[in-house]
Design a protein around this ligand. Structure first.
Ligand code: GDP
Length: 300
């Protein structure tokens, strides 16, 4: 929809990597995301992260930023990918060192590999007496995923998500991976991005967390997302601070859409509300027709 806007090389600016944590249940995804959200590895910023909006952005002591999708589990990743959304630049695959490479670990690795997303391995729970990180590395090697200290190309870091050990080092390795990807976006155009999650809020109406992929999203912009549209009435970051604009890789909660688009839906900014409404209506009709046809096929 925004194909008319070309990128000039001089407008391209480095953007923070967008990172997803994936792994087997109970291997520590939530603990790691919580630790990063609250940890002191992160440079002090006005107001802590006060609300779960599906993604958050942190600034490290080095001054660099990383955006995390904090919908733990690869269900979100899979759902978004199924809708064609490429919302992850790097995957952290977390494996508990007191356990084994488990079915969901393998699944997570396969998802990331299929999406062409680079992986960094976090070997967790090293504070436990029963932890055996070398065994995990060996199991990974057997799957042909050799980590660096086994002579392979995959970065890995031993961590304790619970105690915060090794987390800073893990994030530096993620940034190293980001450097190799040379992630850039043009902030000087209308925003394009993805829906991370949506809900209906009692007081505020429909709220959606969106992740800007390129361009800059601003207050008052007319947004089209899936079969929904609307004019942005208010924007908040994960610190619940009202903001006027969001740049590439910045997650932001927006108010003003007339419905709840699905995770993984693309959003675009259009010139007029009429244009947005027309496309949204057309998409809705198409969906309905497709639905009817599928129903018919099923009853044949
Ligand atoms: P998730 O299912 O992958 O999100 O895993 P959680 O983060 O919920 O962790 C599962 C359990 O392992 C919880 O009881 C955590 O307290 C525990 N846990 C997570 N990380 C660590 C760690 O580094 N060390 C220890 N000892 N326990 C941990």
């Amino acid at each position: 929809i925004n194909a008319d806007e070309e990128d000039n090389e001089e407008d391209m600016v480095t953007r923070p990597p967008i990172v997803t944590v994936m792994g087997h249940v109970d291997h520590g995804k939530t603990s790691l995301l919580d630790n990063i959200r609250n940890a002191n590895v992160i440079a002090g910023e006005a107001g802590g992260i006060t609300q779960h909006i599906g993604a958050y952005n942190v600034k490290l002591k080095s001054g660099r930023r990383i955006t995390f999708l904090d919908t733990p589990g690869h269900e979100a990743f899979t759902a978004m990918r199924a809708r064609g959304a490429k919302v992850t630049d790097i995957a952290i695959i977390i494996v508990a060192a007191d356990d084994n490479v488990m079915p969901q670990t393998v699944e997570a690795i396969n998802h990331a590999a299929a999406a062409g997303v680079p992986m960094v391995f976090a070997i967790n729970k090293i504070d436990k007496p029963s932890a055996n990180p070398e065994k995990i590395k060996e199991e990974l090697a057997k799957m042909n995923y050799l980590v660096e200290d086994w002579g392979g190309k995959y970065q890995s870091q031993e961590i304790s998500a619970k105690k915060g050990l090794g987390v800073e080092e893990l994030l530096e390795k993620v940034l190293l991976e980001a450097d190799m990807l040379d992630l850039k976006a043009n902030p000087k155009k209308r925003a394009v991005g993805s829906i991370i999650e949506s809900s209906l809020d009692k007081g505020r109406g429909y709220v959606s967390t969106v992740l800007v992929e390129s361009g800059t999203l601003r207050m008052g912009d007319i947004v089209l997302a899936g079969t929904h549209h609307g004019k942005i009435k208010a924007m908040f970051n994960e610190r619940n601070v009202r903001i006027e604009e969001a740049k590439p890789s910045e997650p932001v909660l927006i108010l003003g859409l007339n419905g709840a688009p699905q995770a993984g839906d693309t959003f675009n900014v259009l010139e007029t509300e009429q244009e947005a409404r027309e496309i949204a209506t057309r998409r809705e009709q198409l969906q309905r027709e497709l639905g009817l046809r599928t129903q018919k096929m099923l009853t044949l």
